[in-house]
Write a protein that binds this ligand. Structure first.
Ligand code: SF4
Length: 417
């Protein structure tokens, strides 16, 4: 039975965890309508396990008592907010209780930095040890690695957790200096490197010894806040690409900045979270991971921000019209992926179908290709199906109704110097 004190802490620390989106979904709106269970007030989120199953997680902070003063954060030391801290035993008890009641299948445990990184990480590791070794809890666990903590603690956590994340929060050193001066890119990269090495070492061991323990089997992730600073989409996407390439991250999550604090260096409290920009960054990130695009191809110093009117692949195509139209029956797989309206599955279907026979325009329709977009960028058996003019203005006019043109604030785009 959970005590009133634990439940009170839970209210504070589940609410404080909602700003962390580095697990896959943050919170659900399901209400209790008379039955048992209430996921709404206790921060239950969903994520995907290493085997692809969707699982519900208890999403909480170990503590919201923080020694740091990151300008954008509700838990910063200079804020007067209600504070609470769980003991490792309480975290374990809560997880087991909720698991037994069938509310959750796993735990997402994040934390502020109470006293210092080592003190916090020690408590995280202790909670995991109680769960895994005393309660023999086999459910999914995602924990934060606290930058600055002893590598041995990160290692211990890695052997107990399924996924770990180090939140980079801001894309550039300059932005960190400005808003989170106790952090630096170098300090944030260190635990990422340690996790990467731990994963590859465990894989090697498992290749030799069948029962060697796994280390962070679901990989590592991070989150970046979008719109708290003037960082451009280019700096954000370049940082993501670096994280994928150097540290083998599974995911970078983007989180539209929600103004919770007032400050000279921050957007005003009235600023709407830049949700469309967040969405476009997720789309661009998808292009990096699955469509063989590089950040450099998508954005440059001259064009540092994504287009809010069209998705990033269409944006790229409109900026490279000289590379179109592409003949569907001759294009390589990578070229097919560059055509707006053709996704990974459609490109694979085209490649497979082509081995049997030449593909007609009607056959493309049947394959589920979005020809409304794709027709401007391809030829099929030598014939072009777009309108007579292939120009950026014309295609935009056809695809973007005038009323949906987006006005994005200058601050949001980082355009104010
Ligand atoms: S370290 Fe984390 S919890 Fe503490 S102020 Fe910075 S972002 Fe907030």
């Amino acid at each position: 039975m959970l005590s009133d004190e634990t439940m009170e802490k839970l209210t504070v620390l589940a609410d404080a965890a909602k700003y962390d989106v580095s697990c896959s979904s943050s919170g659900v709106g399901r209400k209790n309508s008379g039955g048992i269970g209430n996921s709404q007030s206790f921060g239950i989120c969903h994520s995907w396990a290493a085997d692809g199953r969707c699982i519900s997680l208890l999403k909480i902070l170990m503590t919201n008592v923080c020694a740091y003063d990151c300008a954008y954060c509700v838990n910063r030391v200079s804020n007067d907010v209600k504070r609470a801290s769980f003991t490792p035993e309480e975290i374990a008890e809560l997880t087991i209780e909720f698991y037994r009641r069938n509310y959750i299948e796993g735990l997402f445990l994040s934390s502020a930095v109470e006293i210092n990184p080592n003190a916090t990480m020690e408590r995280i590791v202790k909670a995991l040890k109680i769960l895994r070794n005393q309660h023999h809890f086999g459910g999914y666990i995602h924990v934060k690695a606290i930058p600055g903590a002893d590598p041995l603690l990160i290692k211990e956590a890695g052997y107990l957790a399924d996924r770990m994340s180090v939140n980079i929060e801001l894309a550039t050193e300059e932005s960190l200096k400005l808003l989170a001066p106790q952090k630096s890119i170098k300090k944030l990269y260190l635990p990422m490197q340690e996790i990467k090495e731990g994963i590859s070492h465990a894989k090697e061991e498992q290749g030799i010894y069948r029962h060697a323990p796994s280390f962070v089997p679901a990989g590592q992730s991070t989150q970046m806040i979008i719109g708290a600073t003037r960082d451009t989409d280019q700096s954000i996407l370049f940082q993501s690409e670096k994280l994928y390439n150097h540290f083998n991250l599974k995911r970078v999550y983007y989180s539209a900045y929600m103004p919770v604090n007032e400050g000279k260096l921050l957007p005003s409290l009235q600023t709407e979270p830049p949700l469309l920009r967040e969405h476009r960054l997720y789309q661009a990130d998808w292009l990096l991971r699955f469509y063989h695009f590089s950040a450099e191809e998508l954005l440059s110093i001259q064009q540092p921000n994504l287009d809010m009117d069209v998705d990033p692949k269409m944006m790229w195509a409109l900026r490279h019209l000289d590379q179109f139209p592409i003949e569907i029956n001759k294009a390589t797989y990578k070229e097919l992926l560059r055509i707006p309206g053709i996704g990974v599955n459609s490109a694979r279907r085209i490649m497979a179908q082509r081995r049997v026979q030449s593909i007609s325009y009607d056959a493309l329709k049947k394959m589920g290709i979005v020809l409304k977009r794709a027709r401007f960028f391809l030829t099929c058996q030598g014939k072009y199906y777009g309108d007579s003019t292939i120009s950026e203005a014309h295609i935009r006019q056809q695809l973007v109704p005038a009323e949906t043109h987006h006005q994005v604030s200058l601050f949001e785009l980082g355009a104010i110097s």
